[in-house]
Design a protein around this ligand. Sequence first.
Ligand code: GRF
Length: 203
Amino acid sequence: YRIAVLASGRGSNLQALIDAIAAGDLPVRIAGVFSDRPDAVALQRAEQAGIHTAALRPRDFANRLEFDAALFEHIGAVQPDLIVCAGYMRLLSEPVVEANRGRMVNIHPSLLPAFKGLRTHEQALSAGAPVHGASVHFVTPELDGGPVIAQARVPVLAGDDAATLGARVLEREHPLLVESLRLLAGGRIRLGDAGVELDGATL
Ligand code: GRF
């Protein structure tokens, strides 16, 4: 089971996958790591692990469609069974999303459908949410709006700021992503017509 990972920054979720695979806990192969930021730390982590990488700069392309077409040509070349957005911070255009329906997932730092978009920890704090967390979901054209596969919940504690809350969430993101990919790679989770199916039953 081959995965392609898209990442724009720090790459701690990518590292969690690399470590889980090395430990024998996740039966997948990372066929490539792809980025919109040639300086992303995620790329260094991939190279250190001997994983193929490619990075393209959005400003080298006329528009989002052309950038995505070029990026997904690189991705397609490694023939992934699944594309994993792990801290990929760029909007994806509809054609590449539609072309990969049910074959692309994202990890988002909130309990979707709450707090889509950016600065989710700030959003949760200003809303006074008692519980926050992270979600892994299938990617659809609606930003952070696709069917949820799995979630991890963390309490919001008195005195939390975005940094402390974000750190508590991130700690749970890593095992959440590993476990979600284990289910996907095992063929236990798929996107059906009516939504996410676990072992053939619609969730
Ligand atoms: C994570 O919080 C992820 O949920 C969000 O972006 C962040 C990426 O962190 N989409 P990292 O690059 O994996 O460390």
